[in-house]
Ligand binder design. Structure first.
Ligand SMILES: [Zn+2]
Length: 91
């Protein structure tokens, strides 16, 4: 029977085959949920779903798209917002 801390479901199970041919269960922390658009809640593309320790070592350019509102708004919402802003400034 696993220890109490492994029974709560906080950690995900990894089934590892040992060199002896036996299957053992390893436990690893779960990855965070996918990043969502701040406006329409659609899943964002180009934003990795990694543990904070891996995100800290990742270059900034690999963490979100290199455009205005990258990593915050989806492409469709960004396009709509930029159109509204440009039209507002010209008037
Ligand atoms: Zn959106």
């Amino acid at each position: 029977m696993p220890r109490g801390m492994f029974k709560s479901g906080r950690l995900r199970k990894i089934f590892v085959k040992t060199p002896g041919g036996r299957n053992t269960v390893h436990y690893r922390s779960r990855k965070p949920s996918k990043a969502l658009c701040g406006n329409c809640k659609k899943q964002l593309a180009g934003v990795p779903r990694e543990l904070p320790s891996k995100m800290a070592n990742m270059p900034k350019t690999a963490k979100r798209p290199e455009r205005k509102y990258g990593g915050t708004l989806c492409s469709a919402c960004t396009r709509a917002l930029l159109k509204v802003k440009a039209r507002g400034e010209s008037q």
